[in-house]
Design a binder for this molecule. Structure first.
Ligand SMILES: NC(=O)c1ccc[n+]([C@@H]2O[C@H](COP(=O)([O-])OP(=O)(O)OC[C@H]3O[C@@H](n4cnc5c(N)ncnc54)[C@H](OP(=O)(O)O)[C@@H]3O)[C@@H](O)[C@H]2O)c1
Length: 332
């Protein structure tokens, strides 16, 4: 391997099938951009798995290297605010979608995507949070900007054992909320208690099939990562003036609702798009992550793997079988 080549996961299209392999790429083949970063850690998100199986809504052109998250050290920079040797984090924007991503040892990106590593975090810790932790934090940040504050009433997290879900349980708990974790995985009580959840319920308990337009108001707020009928159920079970943050679609992108929860209880539905979060908010949220929302429970939330071990993890996340976060160590 010469000095201009580096190791990466490469997803190739072959007669409509998508094949993942670990191979070599050249720095010269990376897209244009002001900042070249040597990636030390990345992380696995659901979107990466979609990119890795040829989902054209995520990635249009192959061969491609997924990885919407990357943390590393600046190798070279054409921007005067970002210097070689700086430790930086990139999450979202087009990284790993149609821009070669963090599942490779180098990325080259626009300076506008680059966040300086928050002072109190290591590169690895920033990737334990990654897009999942940032999305959970963005959800809480937006809800608190609309007046949410801990009252002791229950806050629901759906898809709670997943990346966004686990982060949401832990960060809401750290911020003083009474968190109820809804999960499809049996036997996870101890895990959720460690993250700070006050109760754990089965996802079937928040998947109403009775068809009533309203149910008893229980949730002060909801962070929903699954969509579909679970989101519809959450909306009609939310208390007066409650807030529902819509983050994900692992169950379904579609849901049926009526206007009644909005007209009769002023429930507020909040859209979450972490990828395009403006830099001013982005910096404020990373600051909260590294200060008042900093988790003592990070070690309980993640497992670490090499690029070579990632292939199997991608299959697991697609089947809803991963708990918490998976950090990818690019130097293993
Ligand atoms: N809006 C944004 O900016 C943003 C950012 C990041 C992620 N997302 C989206 O958020 C979602 C979660 O992402 P992630 O990376 O956290 O994925 P993940 O780690 O795979 O977590 C998803 C969780 O959803 C639950 N689940 C899986 N299949 C389900 C089903 N059929 N019915 C109900 N629940 C099911 C599982 O939790 P339990 O077993 O505990 O129920 C699973 O662990 C994805 O749709 C992703 O695209 C959005």
């Amino acid at each position: 391997m010469n000095t201009d080549s580096f190791k990466a996961m490469i997803v190739k299209e072959d007669n409509g099938k998508y094949i993942r392999e670990i191979g070599n790429k050249n720095i010269a083949d990376l897209p244009e951009g002001e900042v070249l970063i040597k990636v030390k850690y990345s992380s696995l998100n659901y979107k990466d798995a979609l990119s890795a199986i040829g989902n054209k809504g995520v990635t249009r052109n192959y061969p491609h290297t997924p990885g919407i998250d990357a943390a590393g050290v600046v190798e070279s920079s054409d921007n005067h605010l970002i210097k070689p040797g700086d430790q930086v984090v990139v999450t979202g924007y087009d990284l790993g979608m149609n821009t070669s991503g963090g599942f490779g040892q180098y990325i080259r990106v626009p300076a506008a995507w680059v966040v300086k590593l928050p002072e109190k975090l290591t590169l690895k810790e920033s990737m334990i949070y990654g897009t999942a932790g940032f999305t959970a934090s963005l959800s809480l940040y937006k809800m608190e900007s609309l007046g949410l504050a801990p009252t002791g009433n229950e806050v629901l997290v759906t898809g709670a054992s997943g990346g966004v879900g686990s982060m949401a349980v832990a960060i809401l708990s750290k911020a003083g909320y009474n968190v109820v974790a809804a999960t499809g995985k049996p036997g996870k009580e101890e895990y959720f208690r460690k993250l700070g959840a006050k109760s754990v319920i089965h996802r079937d308990d928040v998947n109403d099939t009775g068809g009533k337009p309203m149910l008893k108001g229980r949730w002060q707020a909801v962070i929903d990562t699954v969509g579909g009928n679970i989101l519809a159920t959450a909306i009609k079970s939310t208390r007066r003036h409650g807030l529902v943050a819509v983050c994900g679609l692992t169950l379904s992108p579609e849901f049926n609702t009526t206007v009644f929860p909005f007209l009769l209880r002023e429930v507020c539905l909040i859209g979450i798009d972490s990828a395009e979060c403006p830099m001013t908010d982005r910096a404020k949220i990373w600051n909260k992550i590294s200060n008042e929302w900093r988790l003592e429970t990070l070690a309980d939330i993640y497992t670490e793997c090499s690029l070579e071990e990632l292939d199997n993890k991608i299959d697991l996340i697609l089947n809803g079988k991963i708990s918490g976060r998976t950090v990818v160590n690019l130097e293993l």
